[in-house]
Design a protein around this ligand. Structure first.
Ligand code: ATP
Ligand code: MG
Length: 240
């Protein structure tokens, strides 16, 4: 792949919830087409990082540069999504009282792109054939894995340049975690850039091109997947 501007770059980002300082000089980049994983145990600031990028943490400083030129740091969430960022929260971001079909239709209508969009309902069913069978099901009645798939499908229907996914493997059986990993790899083949926060090492090893390890609100270690030893990664995931 040719060298080019990262699609997303954080430079010295700090975030606060009220008076609590949560992120400390977080800097990293996502290159176009890459799957980048933020890895770290509970409470280290992964979700806060994704929410900060989306403009959902009100007190934030530093620079969040999209496409080498647009600084997102002071923009409101609706403008940030309009610039092409999609976010799948750890809760799935679905409407539990609506059907699967209704959930998908809402996202399709909110698509950022209209003309050269990649994902419509049909394309999403290529990736998630099981969702076609579940169209009339109430979303709140889905299994954990199905719910996660629906959340990611909704994210794709927005046709983002970069999709942020929070803890896609959380609480799922190993077989389903494996399926989600395959799905992430398929999505990458469409050329979408992905920033994923997770702490399941086998999952992360299946999907990541590059890993940034977080601990207590800081990036402590980073590298391409083949440059990092499992031992180092496990050290940061162990409870201290
Ligand atoms: N709304 C909030 N108000 C105050 N503090 C918060 C809030 N949300 C998170 N925190 C704190 O910020 C820190 C980082 O939390 P965050 O949710 O970003 O971690 P995480 O890495 O996503 O963890 P998890 O694996 O549990 O999802 C934690 O100390 C947490 O208690
Ligand atoms: Mg989290």
């Amino acid at each position: 792949m040719k060298e080019e501007e990262p699609i997303l770059e954080l430079r010295d980002v700090n975030s606060y919830y009220g008076k609590s300082h949560i992120l400390f000089n977080v800097s990293f980049e996502v290159k176009r087409g890459e799957v980048v994983v933020l890895l770290g145990r509970n409470g280290v600031g992964k979700t806060t990082t994704l929410r900060t990028i989306m403009g959902l943490v009100s007190k934030r400083t530093g620079e969040i540069i999209l496409d080498g030129s647009i600084n997102l740091i002071a923009l409101p969430p609706y403008k940030i999504s309009r610039y092409g960022l999609g976010f799948v929260p750890d809760s799935g971001g679905i409407f539990p009282n609506l059907t699967v079909g209704e959930n998908l239709k809402i996202s399709e209508r909110q698509s950022i792109k209209r003309e050269d969009r990649i994902f419509d309902m049909n394309e999403v069913f290529q990736i998630f054939p099981q969702l076609r069978e579940l169209l009339k099901r109430t979303a709140g009645k889905l299994s954990g894995g199905e719910r996660r798939m629906l959340g990611i499908a909704r994210g794709l229907l927005l046709n983002p340049e970069i999709l942020l996914i929070d803890e896609p493997s959380e609480g799922l059986a190993p077989k389903i975690v494996h399926d989600i990993a395959e799905t992430i790899n398929t999505i990458q083949e469409y050329g979408i850039s992905l920033l994923v926060a997770d702490q399941n090492l086998p999952f992360v090893e299946k999907v990541a091109d590059k890993i940034y390890v977080m601990d207590r609100g800081e990036i402590k270690l980073s590298g391409r997947i083949n440059e990092l030893s499992r031992q180092d990664l496990e050290r940061f995931l162990a409870f201290s």
